[in-house]
Design a binder for this molecule. Structure first.
Ligand code: ROI
Length: 161
């Protein structure tokens, strides 16, 4: 297991806490992957259209033998198993799994951009990520501390479960 991937989880439909807890178990059981750490769960206000329920978000750290696109395929299969329906862009979803970081690689492909393009402005990605690894750096050398400095905690709430 010589690659490290950080995967962001999000849900705002059909028992979001349950969706994320189930997804964490499924991620732990993915072939050629080892679940190294899971962040707390966080409640967050929707980014994008406001006429949708609040989200629950988290990040996990995986060790994996899967190359990025193979990992993406595995994550999209899990999303589909959670009856994910894509109704509209930035609409509500039962489960969203995004590769945020993969080693220190930069990936710019039609299906996959890593580091995740929107992560800089997403407190619901950055705060759980910092919880897992407070010394993390992006491929361009930006530290997680710098990212947090520029991204207010705002109404993100760590859930005490
Ligand atoms: N907003 C929040 N708070 N959490 C998410 O996971 C999330 N995911 C999305 C959009 C619709 C952009 N908004 C979100 O894809």
């Amino acid at each position: 297991m010589n690659n490290i991937a950080y995967v962001a989880l999000g849900s705002n439909l059909d028992d979001p806490i349950g969706q994320l807890q189930q997804a964490q178990l499924e991620l732990a059981n993915l072939p050629a992957c080892e679940l190294l750490a899971t962040s707390s769960l966080y409640a967050s206000k929707p980014m994008g259209p406001q006429d949708q329920p609040d989200y629950v978000n988290a990040v996990v750290k995986l060790a994996t033998e899967l190359q990025p696109i193979a990992l993406l395929d595995a994550l999209q299969q899990l999303e589909n198993e959670h009856q994910r329906v894509r109704q509209r862009r930035w609409g509500p979803r039962t489960l969203d799994l995004d590769i945020v970081l993969y080693n220190q690689q930069r990936i710019d492909q039609p299906r996959l951009q890593v580091p995740h393009i929107g992560m800089h402005e997403r407190n619901f990605v950055l705060y759980p990520l910092a919880e897992l690894d407070s010394n993390l750096q992006l491929p361009d050398g930006t530290s997680i501390a710098e990212l947090l400095d520029n991204c207010p905690l705002a109404d993100l709430i760590k859930l005490e479960l």
